[in-house]
Design a protein around this ligand. Structure first.
Ligand SMILES: *Cc1c(COP(=O)(O)O)cnc(C)c1O
Length: 373
């Protein structure tokens, strides 16, 4: 068994993927062409937003969105310490300061009740991360952002197709903030065969600036209005993503089904906590992450029984050497630190076979019934 097997999906879609590649090769346009434009329309439709701008990666989507919203050196941006490094990296690389807020121990997402106390005169934005495929609690975050005049950039890299009911209306991940950012890194729910990302927004202004920034600040060849970068989503990746996109809904449903089966299998184990789904939340289970005080022992046991697992994430960002200069210490964010010690992700992907899934559930159950603490 593999923690994630991408080859099954690639083989199943061999025909459509090959035709997509051939179409681009035959046309001979590789950067900023019709595949990318079509993908932008489809992702805007899917997320129910007005504009989508393809870029080179999820990280660039975040970086360029911060820039497009005017975040600059000396500004502060509020984020969770329990996320992939990119969320904090982009803030720091702009010369702005990542300001961490601890997580909610049930959902692993930012604890909205702790945001307001870290807002200062320099705070400009909040980046909620929709971790593991479940959206952060957006209503209180939007309330604070409105009252403190802060921008919201949703890090939706793990949440394409996730949604949440906000004030009685179902809202898609990426559509609630000023800008929403997606990643098509190969291991994400919709994965490219290389790097790719996208930013979505309902506002014309950031969309226009993002289009400039990703292409050397240029709208007209050799005329450069602003200082930009080279960060386009190329045509080959766009064409292959378009070939895969029709299956995303089914794939997310398959992930949810596997998650429900795991959770049912684990319901009688008091020492293990299955993922919690909020009311009104459509969780797409990019990861299925359990927690237990006996995480390391469980991981070794599973490894010994041929079941690979992963830890997302073993070291919270405030304790990473790269962010030492921010001056945070161990103990500053106890919930994030506890999650880093207790969280364990189990294999979950649409092509995971029923027998494999049953083997995972059986081994986990067996560990807790046969290996006393
Ligand atoms: C994957 C990921 C990113 C970065 O996306 P890339 O396309 O790899 O640059 C950012 N944030 C989170 C939460 C991610 O999971």
């Amino acid at each position: 068994m593999q923690f994630l097997n991408l080859s099954k999906q690639r083989l199943a879609l061999r025909g459509p993927l090959r035709r997509a590649v051939e179409r681009v090769l035959n046309r001979g346009a590789f950067i900023l062409g019709e595949e990318g434009a079509t993908l932008e329309h489809r992702i805007a439709d899917l997320t129910r937003t007005r504009y989508a701008v393809g870029v080179n990666s999820g990280t660039d989507a975040l970086y360029l969105s911060l820039q497009a919203l005017g975040i600059k050196s000396g500004d502060e941006v509020i984020i969770t310490p329990f996320t992939f490094v990119a969320t904090a990296e982009v803030i720091a690389n702009l010369g702005a300061r990542p300001v961490f807020v601890d997580i909610n121990s049930r959902t692993y997402n930012i604890d909205a009740t702790k945001i307001e106390r870290v807002v200062t005169k320099r705070t400009r934005a909040i980046i909620p991360v929709h971790l593991y495929g479940q959206m952060a609690d957006m209503q209180p975050i939007m309330h604070i952002a409105k009252h403190k005049r802060l921008a919201i950039i949703e890090d939706s890299a793990q949440a394409l197709g996730a949604s949440q009911v906000v004030r009685g209306k179902r809202r898609m991940a990426g559509s609630l903030g000023n800008v929403g950012c997606f990643s098509f890194f190969p291991t994400k729910n919709l994965g490219a065969y290389g790097d790719a990302g996208m930013a979505v927004t309902n506002d014309a202004r950031p969309a226009e600036v993002l289009r400039l920034l990703r292409n050397h600040g240029s709208r007209k060849k050799y005329h450069h209005e602003v200082l930009g970068v080279s960060s386009r989503l190329d045509e080959l990746q766009a064409a292959m993503l378009l070939a895969k996109l029709p299956y995303l809904r089914r794939w997310n449903m398959a992930r949810r089904r596997i998650a429900a089966q795991y959770t049912r299998a684990f319901s009688g184990i008091p020492e293990l906590r299955a993922p919690v789904t909020n009311v009104g939340s459509y969780h797409i289970f990019h990861q299925y992450t359990v927690r237990t005080h006996r995480r390391d022992a469980l991981q070794s046991y599973l490894e010994h029984h041929g079941i690979p697992t992963a830890i997302h994430y073993p070291l919270p960002l405030h304790l990473q050497p790269a962010f030492k200069y921010l001056g945070y210490h161990r103990g500053d964010f106890p919930e994030a630190e506890r999650a880093a010690r207790e969280a364990l992700s189990l294999p979950i992907y649409p092509e995971l076979r029923a027998a494999e899934q049953a083997a995972v559930a059986r081994a986990v159950t067996h560990f807790f019934t046969s290996e006393p603490a």
